[in-house]
Design a protein around this ligand. Structure first.
Ligand SMILES: NC(=O)C1=CN([C@@H]2O[C@H](COP(=O)(O)OP(=O)(O)OC[C@H]3O[C@@H](n4cnc5c(N)ncnc54)[C@H](OP(=O)(O)O)[C@@H]3O)[C@@H](O)[C@H]2O)C=CC1
Ligand SMILES: O=C(O)CCC(=O)C(=O)O
Length: 429
């Protein structure tokens, strides 16, 4: 048996330095708007707990790999830690830390009683069999068993994971404690206490944020031209819902490239094509192939990055032709890219608002589970829409009233709520 260690060897971050430049920069800007005591900001800059575990996994070949699994718990000031689990080759402890902090502000902005966390393993799930993925997920859960729980830390799907991984996590945790604990994860299958509407929830929230932003400009979704990077859970759900609302989806893409049609893509036909030809966007007969980099530069009403971080940077921000950029992904715009878009007057709908529909329905799943009463999809969608639209208009009103960007307005509302709770709870030393 060969032992191949694939544990990421990242340089350790000095304890006194905030490891997350972008997240900390936005936190600092919000702190300055709020006139926060610098000691409170210093506390909020640091994750409360950073966990890295070794995950030995026996591959189908008999070889053993040891993977590094991370879980970063940024804050539980407002409630249990909450956030997704990512399986993607680009996962690092730094990235997971930054994403955990985003979760704290997102939940606070939306007014849901959760803190923020994120987890991840640096693997390409496409390179592993289902059996291997199950063993990886179960061992990762086992290693985290003392740090997660329905009142402590509640994982959910993120890039590269889905209801399937949540079911494995729920089962592993339940076996450890000796009884079924559906509330240990959200985004799980309906059969074990999942919520109707969770799968499409993030994409639905993205559609709602775009709808509200266009409405404030006197435009409707019908006829709006939209380009979407990423066609996974979030990108494909947003594309379907925007298409159903009459928007013209000019282009979509995945890791293998994209497809473009000036007249708008037939999204259901594209989905059917992908069923038969997985990941082969470029061969869809209803459009022409387009690269991911060019998709970002298309002239359109709304550009929706719904894949990875750092897609809009100092290199391409001055060539973005969209009027609105809706951050469906977490962190798709770098700090420099953000400054350039702001200087050019392009409205950015920030991630902590735009993609919050997922965690909102995770919260609704948790509420249903706690009360043992499960709602129909119409009710779930209605409750989520209420919270999303309310948050959108609070952000928009704050941006208008303080003459600041939507991002800074969203951070000011999220950070302000956490800072208030921190000082009310007396955790401030
Ligand atoms: N799932 C959720 O509920 C939530 C997700 N998010 C965020 O949304 C984003 C997407 O997550 P999700 O949809 O769940 O992830 P998925 O794993 O379901 O989908 C990811 C998509 O991104 C594509 N992709 C990967 N690399 C690239 C690339 N270099 N260029 C273009 N596309 C690429 C993938 O293509 P391929 O299949 O070819 O690899 C796939 O279409 C992430 O930032 C995530 O954090 C935010 C809130 C909630
Ligand atoms: O649904 C959840 O709990 C978390 C979703 C998530 O990871 C995110 O919003 O980035």
């Amino acid at each position: 048996m060969v032992l191949s260690s694939t544990i990421a060897r990242e340089a350790p971050t000095p304890a006194h330095i905030c490891p997350m430049d972008r997240s900390c920069s936005y936190l600092q800007q919000a702190a300055s708007q709020l006139n926060l005591d610098t000691n409170i900001t210093t506390i909020l800059e640091h994750p409360r707990k950073v966990i890295t575990v070794s995950i030995p996994v026996k591959l189908d070949t008999g070889e053993v790999q040891v993977l590094a699994g991370h879980r970063v718990q940024h804050s539980d000031i407002l409630g249990p830690y909450k956030g997704g689990i990512r399986y993607h080759p680009s996962v690092t402890l730094r990235e997971v830390s930054a994403l955990a902090m985003l979760m704290t502000w997102k939940c606070a902005l939306l007014g849901i009683p959760y803190g923020g966390a994120k987890g991840g393993i640096a693997i390409d799930p496409n390179q592993y069999s289902v059996g291997e993925l199950e063993r990886i997920t179960r061992r990762y859960t086992s290693e985290l068993i003392k740090d997660i729980g329905p009142a402590v830390d509640i994982p959910a799907p993120d890039m590269g994971t889905s209801a399937r991984e949540m079911a494995w996590m729920m089962d592993t945790y339940s076996m450890h404690v000796g009884h079924a604990v559906p509330g240990i994860v959200t985004g799980k299958p309906l059969s074990i206490g999942g919520s109707r509407g969770r799968q499409q929830a993030t994409g639905r929230g993205v559609m709602l944020a775009i709808r509200e932003a266009l409405a404030e400009r006197g435009q409707s979704l019908a006829g709006a031209s939209i380009a979407i990077q990423g066609f996974g859970n979030v990108g494909s759900s947003a594309a379907i819902l925007l298409h159903e609302a009459g928007a013209k989806i000019l282009a979509v893409s995945n890791g293998s490239g994209g497809v473009y049609s000036e007249g708008g893509l037939d999204i259901p036909a594209l989905q059917a094509h992908l069923q038969d030809n997985p990941r082969q966007m470029g061969t869809f007969p209803g459009g022409e192939a387009i690269g991911n980099a060019d998709l970002l530069l298309l002239p359109c009403d709304v550009l929706v990055p719904a894949a990875l971080e750092d897609q809009i940077t100092a290199e391409n921000a001055d060539r973005i032709q969209a009027k609105i950029v809706a951050e469906a992904a977490n962190g798709p715009i770098t700090l420099d890219g953000d400054r350039i878009l702001a200087d050019r007057g392009i409205l950015v709908l920030p991630d902590i608002l735009t993609n919050a529909g997922g965690v909102v329905v995770s919260y609704l799943e948790w509420v249903q589970g706690q009360s043992y009463v499960f709602w129909d999809e119409e009710r779930v969608n209605r409750e989520m829409e209420g919270l999303m639209v309310n948050a959108y208009h609070r952000v928009s009103a704050t941006a208008r009233c303080k003459t600041i960007s939507f991002r800074l307005a969203a951070y000011t509302l999220g950070v302000g709520r956490v800072a208030q709770a921190l000082s009310d709870r007396g955790l401030y030393p």
